[in-house]
Design a protein around this ligand. Structure first.
Ligand code: PMP
Ligand code: GLN
Length: 381
């Protein structure tokens, strides 16, 4: 039987490919964004407790009401943002499902979606499946900030969605409040929704505070904001995230969500609700630990010929390898894993087309021993 190719040009994601190669070659894996340490033990205990207590059937479609309340309280406490847990929060199977549902809910054939390039890999396929056309606006070098004129030029009456990832994977850059002001001014005359991918919101460094689109009065009414507990609690395998959007947008979002997953893992949701109340300061500790790991990675890499670009957030850092090789990034990364035993992620898959950048992305959410071993191997380059 023949089958249509609904996602031409899409293969297996680079994260899966590199993790598989890392296993095959016994490499240190600084590729896929996965911590090599465990979530807080208390959180694991809470999941077990709720499973044993019998919380093992479908959760409510929009999410455990207690978790939604605690999420609202958390956003109020940290950002002074008022969110209605009943009508504005939907718990999803990770940030990925939230991104997918927001895109399906907002765009269709004839609509345009604007992405900032390099962009996280899941946005474009979701927009293509919805039948929308994608326009990519390059982030400027060397600091990967938006090119406001180019963004203004890309917007038109056909623009239905603009996707902004802050803090940014893969660049590690963050947008400040002034950038959100500029974004709001550009979007103001349009009918474009904003998809604010803020899954790394708690991971900002060097005293920078995350500027959430939800706290911006110009952006809030047009914003779907997406979060991931996997990133906050070092439990990427649990796949629980959520989306915050105005009530009417949330209604449309839930129409999609109910037929994608219907509802999310019940005991994990309740455990997260408990943990948010028990340990409200945990997110700040996570950021401090991530910053220390970034600093260690930076110190270790001074022993190599690779040059680090600054990372102000997420748990990723771009690395320039032009002093070591002139190979295109995909080939260089393949050699690195096969010959030197270190897996990293090339920048190209985040971009519309490969550029002349000689950049790769390293994940520093790793134990010191892992980073040390990687640096030792990279020093041989
Ligand atoms: N957005 C970005 C920018 C990400 O890096 C990721 C994955 N780490 C996600 C969304 C998806 O998050 P989740 O793993 O919760 O699906
Ligand atoms: N977000 C993770 C990263 O950027 C990967 C998630 C995935 O493998 N889909 O590494």
């Amino acid at each position: 039987m023949d089958i249509a190719d609904k996602l031409p040009g899409v293969g297996t994601t680079i994260f899966t490919v590199m993790s598989r190669l890392a296993v095959e070659h016994g490499a240190v894996n600084l590729g896929q964004g996965i911590p090599d340490f465990q979530p807080p033990p208390r959180l694991v205990d809470l999941v077990e407790m709720h499973m044993r207590a019998g919380l093992n059937q479908y959760a409510p479609m929009a999410g455990d009401p207690l978790l939604r309340e605690r999420i609202a309280a958390d956003h109020a406490a940290r950002h002074g943002v008022a969110v209605d847990p009943e009508h504005e929060i939907t718990v999803t199977a990770g940030g990925t499902e939230a991104l997918f549902c927001a895109i399906q809910a907002t765009v269709g054939p004839g609509d345009e979606v604007v992405l900032l390039d390099p962009a996280y890999d899941s946005y474009a396929p979701a927009a293509v499946l919805a039948g929308a056309r994608i326009l990519r606006v390059p982030l400027t070098r060397p600091d990967f900030q938006p090119d406001w004129e180019a963004l203004a030029a890309a917007l038109s009456p056909r623009t239905r969605l603009v996707v902004v990832n802050n803090p940014n994977n893969p660049t590690g850059q963050v947008l400040d409040r002034a950038s959100l002001d500029r974004l709001a001014a550009l979007l103001e005359p349009t009918r474009a929704w904003l998809l604010a991918d803020e899954v790394y919101e708690r991971l900002t460094f060097d005293g920078r505070r995350h500027a959430t689109a939800l706290a911006h009065p110009g952006l809030r009414p047009r914003c779907f904001a997406v979060y991931s507990f996997g990133k906050v609690f070092d439990a990427t395998g649990w796949k629980v995230g959520y989306c915050i959007a105005p009530p009417q947008a949330t209604r449309e979002f839930r129409k999609v969500h109910q037929f994608v997953t219907f509802a999310v893992n019940a005991p994990v949701q309740r455990a997260l609700a408990d943990f948010l109340a028990e340990a409200p300061g945990y997110g700040a500790e996570v950021a401090a630990r991530a910053e220390a790991r970034r600093n260690l990675f930076g110190r270790l890499m001074t022993g190599t010929r690779l040059r680090l670009l600054p990372s102000h957030g997420t748990y990723f850092q771009l690395v320039d390898y032009s002093a070591v090789s002139s190979l295109p990034d995909l080939e260089f990364c393949r050699q690195l894993v096969e010959r030197h035993g270190v897996a990293v992620i090339p920048l190209s898959p985040f971009q519309e087309r490969p550029s002349d950048d000689r950049l790769l992305r390293c994940c520093f959410a790793k134990e010191p021993a892992t980073l040390e071993l990687a640096a030792e191997r990279l020093a041989a380059l």
